[in-house]
Design a protein around this ligand. Structure first.
Ligand SMILES: *[C@@H]1O[C@H](CO)[C@@H](O)[C@H](O)[C@H]1NC(C)=O
Ligand SMILES: *[C@@H]1O[C@H](CO)[C@@H](O)[C@H](O)[C@H]1NC(C)=O
Ligand SMILES: *[C@@H]1O[C@H](CO)[C@@H](O)[C@H](O)[C@H]1NC(C)=O
Ligand SMILES: *[C@@H]1O[C@H](CO)[C@@H](O)[C@H](O)[C@H]1NC(C)=O
Ligand SMILES: *[C@@H]1O[C@H](CO)[C@@H](O)[C@H](O)[C@H]1NC(C)=O
Length: 510
């Protein structure tokens, strides 16, 4: 969403902001050095503590905790002296008291609010239809105006549409785009909040991985106040908008009590922050005023980058993939396919196993000194020397910055620079096809994108390999706190076969 409002005069603010940014950065560096043992993942660890079972396949929410907490719900619902602008939002407890606290969260508990525009929907429809499950996924697409004849009759594979409310009745601003997006939260809530646990807001050029979203949400207590989302990959976007906001194109997720409280205050809040031009910043401000701060999740991707995103997608953070935004802004993610085709191609793998989607698995073929780095369902890289996982976890910077920005740091993660050194540059293979075998294995094949065109690193060139088969278990991944391991089981002629398995307790990937 934030991208909609990027037509700021970037050049003029750039210099002063950057200098300030650098100062902050160095303060941060020196502070971190003062506390070298401070773990970086503190933020999430407190959440994981409340959910002792972090195995991704187990949907059992910690029921004792939840049932003990249920009195808070009624307390929450009965309070609120807040002004209700909307008579349909009752403040009695009926809306959320129907939540059955002992049943695991499933897709039926999620309601999506996707905000798009009539103009863009003609080509963005393909992105949404690639993941939307008609009559199963709940939610609506909000358009700025009635669809033209070309879009009618409305596709059954698309979410049902609604036309956004006219906000000019209470806001006096010429451009209400940002406010229309934020108001979508209230409109979605109003349309459908029966037995819902989570409200997911997103843009119309994003792909959501529903099974993973459900798995992750099932670990949170939906009767509490949660605002889940993702940062921008581009540091400056976080600085310029806010490090405290979830970048909404990629989706932010509100638990039921928060969605309810937000819907109630929304129109007041839009007046309070009428001066803001950015939707996500406005939404964050409204949420912060309710007393809730962002819990960032590393599987939600704004994809604030340009050009070739393959380097990023080949070294995905160790967290289940939840969303990918900005499909319109980068090159198609598969070579020789257009954007729509790339999207449905990626979803072929996602339909078989979302738990492994883009998860990076590294193994070595010692006889030839090769390293295989697999991004499940997307790509395989072969390097002609032994490289440790610690190094390969950093994406190769195949992509460019979201906005022109000469001064590093650019990204919220470390990168490796592309290289023409034959001991550094990988051979690239992309996802071709997937099938389940009678032996309950998943068989994914990858084919070479192009010849690397460099001399071999040592005596063993991987240039002859044109096809790689990756075999993974049909059972979903159950550990998200440790990656999986693999074995190169066969290299024969132009073909290599790699098998993914659980890591041994003392296994070292280097
Ligand atoms: C909500 O609560 C307020 C104050 O407690 C009350 O005045 C109002 O009538 C309630 N609204 C509804 C729809 O129940
Ligand atoms: C989802 O959970 C509800 C209970 O909250 C249950 O009634 C429903 O059958 C479940 N749906 C699926 C698809 O498992
Ligand atoms: C969804 O449900 C409606 C009404 O129950 C039905 O007419 C329609 O064919 C269904 N769509 C799909 C894609 O199953
Ligand atoms: C693999 O690399 C090691 C260390 O660089 C080297 O000693 C060995 O000869 C290499 N083996 C092959 C087959 O290239
Ligand atoms: C690698 O070589 C190619 C072809 O000579 C060139 O276009 C490219 O810019 C080089 N890349 C780097 C990172 O040096």
């Amino acid at each position: 969403m934030a991208s909609l409002n990027y037509n700021i005069d970037f050049g003029s603010v750039c210099k002063t902001q950057l200098i300030f940014c650098m100062v902050l950065y160095f303060v941060f560096i020196s502070l971190s050095n003062l506390y070298p043992s401070c773990p970086s993942s503190d933020f999430l660890s407190s959440f994981w503590k409340t959910a002792p079972d972090i195995s991704i396949s187990s949907r059992s929410v910690v029921s004792p905790t939840i049932s003990n907490d249920s009195p808070t719900i009624s307390a929450i619902s009965n309070d609120s002296p807040t002004i209700t602008n909307d008579p349909t939002i009752s403040n009695d407890s009926s809306t959320i008291s129907t939540i059955s606290n002992d049943s695991p969260t499933n897709l039926s508990h999620l309601v999506f609010g996707l905000v798009g525009s009539e103009l863009a929907w003609h080509h963005r429809k393909a992105y949404i239809e690639s993941w939307w499950r008609p009559n199963v996924t709940r939610g609506f697409l909000f358009l700025d105006k009635e669809p033209t004849a070309e879009l009618l009759p409305w596709s059954r594979a698309s979410p049902p549409y609604r036309i956004s409310e006219n906000l000019a009745t209470f806001l006096k601003k010429p451009d209400l785009t940002a406010q229309r997006i934020v108001h979508g939260i209230l409109e979605t809530f109003r349309e459908d909040h029966e037995n819902f646990r989570w409200l997911v807001m997103g843009d119309d050029d994003s792909i959501f991985f529903l099974d993973n979203i459900v798995e992750i949400l099932a670990k949170f207590d939906h009767t509490r106040y949660y605002y889940l989302g993702g940062h921008s990959e581009f540091i400056f976007s976080n600085y310029w908008f806010s490090f405290s906001q979830g970048f909404g194109g990629a989706g932010f997720i509100l638990s039921a009590p928060l969605a309810k409280a937000l819907a109630k205050d929304l129109e007041n809040c839009l007046r309070r922050y009428e001066h803001l031009e950015a939707a996500d910043l406005t939404a964050m401000s409204c949420i912060a005023d309710i007393g809730v701060s962002l819990t960032p999740l590393r599987g939600i991707h704004q994809m604030d980058m340009r050009g070739d995103a393959s380097g990023f997608l080949s070294s995905h953070p160790q967290f289940p993939l939840m969303s990918l935004h900005h499909f319109d802004m980068m090159e198609p993610i598969f070579p020789s396919m257009d954007r729509a085709k790339s999207t449905s191609h990626l979803m072929k793998a996602a339909k078989v196993d979302q738990s492994r989607m883009l998860q990076q698995t590294v193994c070595h073929h010692r006889q030839s000194n090769w390293t295989f780095s697999i991004s499940w369902g997307y790509s395989v890289h072969i390097y002609e020397r032994i490289m440790p996982r610690s190094y390969l976890q950093y994406p190769i910077e195949t992509f460019e910055t979201w906005l022109p920005n000469p001064t590093p740091p650019h990204y919220m993660f470390n990168t490796r620079l592309p290289s023409n050194d034959s001991c550094e540059a990988p051979h690239l293979f992309f996802f071709k096809s997937i099938k389940t075998t009678p032996k309950n294995d998943v068989f994914t094949s990858f084919s070479r994108a192009w010849s690397r065109g460099l001399l071999p690193c040592s005596s063993n060139s991987a240039e002859i390999i044109t096809k790689i088969n990756v075999i993974s278990p049909e059972t979903k991944r159950t550990e998200i706190e440790r990656c999986e391991c693999c074995d190169v089981v066969r290299v024969h002629g132009s073909k290599a076969t790699v098998k993914i398995r659980k890591c041994m307790s003392d296994e070292i990937i280097a």
